[in-house]
Ligand binder design. Structure first.
Ligand SMILES: Cc1ncc(COP(=O)(O)O)c(C=O)c1O
Length: 475
């Protein structure tokens, strides 16, 4: 035990040095980090302000892969939005206010698109901040999945896709009177590969096998369970060369790893904003549509309004702003991804998302954050792999690829069978928040915007204790 505690003391010292040297340390105070007593509390506090409470010991929050923490400026921006609404009513839509950092509501979607475009590597015209992730996947498929039962009708996805993606594909097929048994291709890793890590060559050979009958490929940028980052440019190029439309689900990739959706020639993508983008639970999502897929190529005439743009399920907010309020029943889409919008967006949501994106800009963008993220996750992995609970007792293993190019912030830890519930309980008792994926996985994600190297050490210490407690209870 002495060697374990001296190893932890060394780790603590290295963490202190790494945190001192961290150029991005200034972003952590931008966030509300719950204290340990707040995490344990079952009451709604009168104030969410940590400084107002006596207990200022911060929890170890490593769950940004599920729900990002709240930026302090979110409250400021939301209050500004609420004041605008309270004092201006409907005028908030179009009346700019002096000294307000917020756009008029009519321009809020455009402003948010400007902020998100660099995060996903797209032009502003190629992104829309709208709806939610599953809704956006459906909207993209409604526009771009045009099956021909005698030709291309299949959709390829992974067999362990997030259930919502699986349901979306299945119901799209049924919507077109097709059967998942013949039109749904589920990718799985070969038996040689453990833990459903899909190699690029396995994915490419499945695409090759079904190339002539496949219309669409839907894959996750980062797999939610394993944390594997797929090779988006290689897979996209390979599928597109074979005439397949490529959509990426970027739930776990957006704000986590640098993306170059335009340059990688991705056809379309969708994401949510409540994980690494810290916009709050269920907040507004977004989509990317490559400009070759959203161009308005002809003058839209009233006789044939559908000519000149790809068909889609439409709503008034996708209509060209110049004619949107003319209230004519002729759909003239804005060119670009904004032409796929349906409804006027929730300004509450957009304000919250934009507040967090301000911090991404302050940090110098996702590229800069990724440099810290790689260091943080490598540091955490190094500590985990040195634990006796790993090396000797084999109470867990890391199922996320060990190559940092094949993962984002998250490490997924597969626990020995039967330990999960107790481990989570023991971690919570120690003020440590991670998330669980049944039956046996916990996901641990140090987010570079607000986590520290010190958090990684605290986690490993608590995790060791939690594993030992769970293992002895299981005996
Ligand atoms: C990979 C993935 N796809 C889809 C979803 C569903 O997202 P939403 O509920 O925002 O539609 C999630 C949610 O966490 C997810 O992780």
């Amino acid at each position: 035990m002495a060697s374990v505690s001296s190893a932890l003391a060394d780790a603590r010292e290295s963490a202190r040095q790494l945190d001192r040297d961290d150029e991005l340390a200034f972003t952590r105070p931008e966030f509300n980090i719950p204290t340990k007593s707040q995490i344990a509390s079952t009451r709604l506090p009168e104030s969410s302000n940590n400084e107002a409470s006596n207990d200022t010991t911060k929890s170890v929050y490593l769950c940004g892969n599920s729900l990002g923490l709240q930026p302090k400026r979110t409250q400021t921006r939301l209050n500004q939005y609420l004041s605008t609404w309270a004092t201006q009513g409907v005028q908030g839509h179009f009346k700019p206010l002096q000294d307000s950092p917020l756009p008029t509501w009519l321009d809020a979607d455009e402003r948010a698109a400007e902020l998100i475009a660099p995060v996903v590597g797209a032009s502003v015209e190629e992104v829309a901040v709208m709806q939610t992730l599953t809704a956006n996947l459906h909207l993209l498929m409604s526009a771009f999945y045009r099956p021909d039962i005698n030709g291309r009708h299949k959709i390829i996805l992974e067999n362990k896709a997030f259930p919502s993606d699986h349901f979306a594909v299945e119901t799209q097929l049924r919507h077109h009177n097709l059967s998942p048994s013949t039109s749904m291709v589920l990718l799985s890793s070969s038996t040689a590969q453990q833990d459903n890590i899909l190699t690029t060559s396995e994915i490419l050979s499945a695409i090759e096998e079904h190339a002539s009958t496949t219309a669409l490929l839907l894959l996750p940028g980062i797999q939610y369970y394993t944390g594997q980052l797929l090779d988006i440019p290689t897979i996209t190029a390979f599928a597109r060369q074979r005439g397949i439309f490529v959509i990426w689900d970027l739930a776990h990739a957006v704000g986590n790893v640098p993306l170059q959706l335009h340059d990688w020639d991705v056809d379309a993508a969708a994401w949510c904003s409540y994980k690494y983008l810290n916009a709050g639970p269920g907040s507004i999502g977004g989509m990317f549509v490559h400009n070759r897929n959203s161009a308005v190529t002809k003058l839209i005439t009233d006789e044939k309004p559908e000519e000149g743009y790809s068909n889609r399920l439409a709503g008034w907010w996708g209509n060209d702003k110049k004619t949107r309020f003319g209230m004519a029943n002729k759909f003239h889409p804005v060119k670009g991804a904004a032409g796929f919008q349906l409804s006027n967006p929730s300004i509450l949501d957009i304000t919250s998302l934009s507040a967090s994106l301000e911090i991404f800009a302050l940090a110098g963008g996702v590229g800069k954050l990724r440099e810290k993220s790689v260091k943080l996750t490598n540091f955490l992995e190094g500590l985990l792999l040195a634990m006796p609970e790993f090396t000797e007792e084999k109470l867990f293993r890391v199922i996320t690829p060990s190559d940092s190019k094949q993962r984002g912030a998250q490490l997924s830890l597969m626990l020995r069978e039967g330990l999960l519930e107790q481990v989570i309980h023991e971690l919570e008792k120690r003020g440590v928040i991670v998330d669980e994926r049944r039956p046996d996985v916990i996901r641990v994600a140090p987010a570079p915007l607000y986590n520290t190297f010190g958090d990684c050490v605290e986690f490993v210490e608590a995790f060791g204790e939690a594993l030992r407690a769970a293992a002895s209870a299981a005996k």
